[in-house]
Design a protein around this ligand. Structure first.
Ligand SMILES: C[S@@+](CC[C@H](N)C(=O)[O-])C[C@H]1O[C@@H](n2cnc3c(N)ncnc32)[C@H](O)[C@@H]1O
Length: 231
């Protein structure tokens, strides 16, 4: 069920454990005037934890399909999945017949059980291991030539960068072919990313969402690189 990992595992378990303790300790504490106030906030934290688990285990797959559809993935197209984690987008794209490349730095903090081995295991289980090229690389410094990919996709990645998010967006744009599509799905920062893309001057941009079946609620930025553009 959690083949593609639990997103932000610390916060999921913090909400479940801390929220649970607050509820139980207030319910067994007898009558205190502020009891229901704490039960309410503990319950809210607990529900958020459950919703985060639901996203990681269930609705993540629906969101994956949304992203790949927006990216216009088709057999033979050349796709880059940035911050692939355990392979959510890359593996499905390869199953759809795209020639797929995936990069990540595999931060354990961002995704439960994150790692290249977990990616390899999932790709092997889906019989696409030989169809994906995987690299350890920071999105802000990728060694691909400019205008290499028909689609560049990333899910829940850019907000994790504490600095140089502009460089990350610029890099993804650089490696995209004219006519290609960049899809950034994230839980915040859409205005910021949109601003960077507008500055490039050759992007046709559409925003989608919010999607209430992800947690936190995601939005999607779909940017097409105008044909004839040099960068
Ligand atoms: C929340 S996970 C999402 C993984 C995957 N996209 C998914 O939706 O399941 C964020 C991913 O971004 C990766 N990441 C964080 N900083 C990165 C960077 N500078 N360059 C490339 N990947 C990065 C993390 O290692 C992690 O795999």
């Amino acid at each position: 069920m959690f083949r593609y990992g639990i997103d932000a595992p610390f916060w999921v378990f913090f909400n479940l454990i801390f929220g649970g303790i607050v509820i139980v300790s207030n319910l067994v504490a007898g009558t205190s005037p502020g009891k229901w106030y704490f039960v309410f906030w503990g319950g809210l934290l607990f529900l958020i934890g459950l919703f985060m688990l639901y996203y990681s285990g269930v609705s993540k797959l629906k969101h994956r399909d949304r992203i790949l559809q927006a990216a216009g993935v088709k057999p033979g197209s050349h796709l880059l999945d940035v911050g692939t984690g355990r392979g959510l987008l890359a593996i499905e794209a390869a199953k759809m017949g795209a020639s797929t490349v995936a990069v990540d730095v595999w931060s354990k903090r961002d995704l439960g059980g994150n790692g290249r081995e977990a990616f390899n295991r999932n790709a092997a289980a889906e019989l696409v291991a030989s169809k994906i090229r995987v690299f350890e690389a920071d999105v802000r410094k990728m060694s691909f030539q400019k205008q290499t990919f028909d689609s560049v996709v990333s899910n829940f990645v850019i907000h994790n960068l504490s600095k140089n998010r502009d460089v990350a967006v610029k890099e993804m744009w650089r490696v995209l072919k004219p006519g290609g599509v960049l899809v950034i799905s994230d839980i915040r920062g859409m205005k910021e990313y949109k601003g960077y893309l507008e500055n490039f001057g050759n992007a046709q941009i559409e925003t989608k969402g919010p999607y209430f079946d992800t947690f936190p609620f995601a939005r999607m930025l779909v940017a097409t690189k105008r044909n004839g553009s040099g960068s």
